[in-house]
Design a protein around this ligand. Structure first.
Ligand SMILES: Nc1ncnc2c1ncn2[C@@H]1O[C@H](COP(=O)(O)OP(=O)(O)O)[C@@H](O)[C@H]1O
Ligand SMILES: [Mg+2]
Length: 242
């Protein structure tokens, strides 16, 4: 059985095209139902499958639709059409912020984020120390998150995610802010998880990370799967055309 099956997924966003008009005409157009909204197709007929223990790279230039695809897989955005089947605990780490509440302490955020990643209260309690230690944030347990740097938040998010027993881990540009030491540590952790059977989808502009971890890479271009195959060939081709 596949861990993840994506079949013919299409996403159309409707975006407002009345920004130059005044408030009155905008309101009238909404009330009259004649609001002019432009449709943009961000993903078109995207299909692929991911097996247990597979680490798949997802590359493509800015705006290709990578993050939208991750958000659809994580149930943050609805898809317009197509099918998605997820077998197991899917844990998404998408972009900066990652859903933390910056007015709460790190302790509270660990409970919040842990439960969003399907950890039980007991499991969070058991793993609390280990999560804090992995993120190297022992001195900040009762500090509010607005006092954290982006790197600290990212380390925390990654640490909670890897403790949450994911079956499928979605990593969207999470290494772009961290320092080299944490990148190496995370890299070792990803290897460990994949060897243990976790499926990972890795979006990164750090192509070395993709080359290191992923035997297979999917290249999204204008919302379509342009290539899906061996990382070495695809990343080489990607480098030559970007
Ligand atoms: N919530 C949204 N509403 C409208 N358009 C969006 C939204 N999110 C993303 N887009 C558009 O979808 C396209 C793909 O964006 P994204 O998935 O973020 O690409 P990538 O992660 O590959 O850089 C872009 O043109 C972006 O403007
Ligand atoms: Mg993105």
């Amino acid at each position: 059985m596949h861990r993840l099956m994506v079949k013919g997924v299409t996403k159309i966003f409707k975006i407002g095209s009345h920004s130059n008009h005044g408030v009155l005409s905008r309101t009238l157009s909404i009330i009259s139902g004649k609001e002019r909204r432009k449709k943009i197709t961000v993903l078109q007929d995207v299909s692929f499958k991911v097996d247990a223990g597979e680490c798949v790279g997802l590359i493509g230039s800015n705006g290709a639709g990578k993050s939208t695809l991750m958000r659809i897989l994580a149930d943050i955005y609805p898809k317009t059409s197509g099918q998605i089947r997820v077998n197991g605990n899917l844990v998404p780490l998408i972009g900066l912020g990652n859903g933390f509440l910056i007015r709460l302490t790190m302790r509270d955020n660990i409970y919040l984020m842990g439960s969003l990643f399907n950890m039980s209260r007991r499991k969070i309690q058991e793993d609390f120390r280990s999560m804090v230690e992995f993120a190297e944030l022992e001195d900040y347990v009762d500090t509010k998150l607005f006092q954290f740097s982006e790197g600290m938040k990212q380390r925390l998010a990654f640490s909670i995610a890897v403790h949450s027993c994911p079956d499928i881990l979605l990593l969207d540009e999470v290494f772009e802010v961290g320092d080299n030491k944490f990148r190496k540590k995370s890299s070792t952790k990803i290897k460990e998880l994949v060897e243990g059977g976790v499926s990972v989808i890795l979006i990164s502009h750090e192509l070395w990370m993709i080359e290191k971890h992923c035997e297979r890479t999917i290249w999204l271009r204008n919302g379509r799967v342009y290539r899906d195959g061996r990382t070495k060939e695809i990343v080489d081709q990607y480098r030559n055309t970007n």
